[in-house]
Ligand binder design. Structure first.
Ligand code: BG6
Ligand code: MG
Length: 216
């Protein structure tokens, strides 16, 4: 039967986590805040505004709203500068095969991302046309682990949450899917994503057979 397959963007479809990290690190450095690669896990799936608060918290830095707004603008400008040359080659291994399979099987395909840069990234990487529905950081008020973004996506596809499958690389995203009573599929490390119903290292590990079972 028809299901909703909901994809997170950053770290699931494209490997943009590294660019988010570089841009945040630049801000952190300029504020003398020690922001290491391990700390980046805390920011996955988290909105831009909340990410800045987390970084400022790491350095115990107080700031005015005006300063924060400035840093948020700066961060996004730097982030976008890393995306200028982005193309199809940055779609993560195995993703296209699964998108094609789902399309062939006439399944609902949605994006469920916290990012406000989702559309241009999907365009640049050539996968925009696979998505029936896009729900991103411009459409939601409650950040993951609140399930709003995924519930909205399922609703727009006209499919029950319990018939929805979420692909996520972040802990907050897996929790959001679980709270929304959807099937959660973690993409990444088992040690980090252990709350997921299923875990795969990446999309090359997801078989047609597995998708078939989810659909039937
Ligand atoms: C999430 C990323 O998908 O989107 C976070 O995992 C990012 O790292 C968040 O901060 C917001 O993205 P953007 O592109 O609106 O800054
Ligand atoms: Mg992600």
């Amino acid at each position: 039967s028809k299901k909703a397959f909901i994809f997170d963007l950053d770290g699931v479809i494209v490997d943009t986590a590294k660019y988010h990290f570089l841009a945040w690190q630049k801000i952190a450095k300029s504020l003398n805040i020690n922001f290491a690669h391990e700390d980046n896990e805390l920011l996955k799936g988290v909105s831009r505004v909340r990410s800045l608060d987390i970084i400022l918290g790491l350095g115990n830095v107080q700031a005015t709203q005006e300063q924060k707004d400035q840093w948020l603008i700066q961060k996004n400008e730097d982030y976008l500068s890393y995306l200028v040359d982005m193309d199809e080659s940055e779609v993560l291994p195995g993703v296209l095969k699964i998108l094609k399979l789902l399309k062939d099987k006439n399944q609902g395909i949605a994006l469920g991302s916290a990012s406000k840069n989702a559309r241009p990234i999907l365009e640049k990487t050539g996968v925009l046309s696979y998505f029936n529905v896009i729900v991103d950081g411009n459409d939601v008020t409650n950040a993951k682990p609140d399930p709003e973004v995924f519930l909205k996506a399922a609703q727009l596809l006209n499919i029950d949450p319990k018939d929805s499958i979420v692909f996520e690389d972040s802990v907050a995203g897996i929790q959001a899917a679980n709270i929304g009573e959807m099937v959660s599929v973690g993409i990444g490390e088992e040690t980090i994503l252990h709350e997921a119903d299923y875990i795969f290292k990446d999309f090359t590990q997801i078989t047609a057979d597995f998708i078939e079972k989810l659909i039937n």
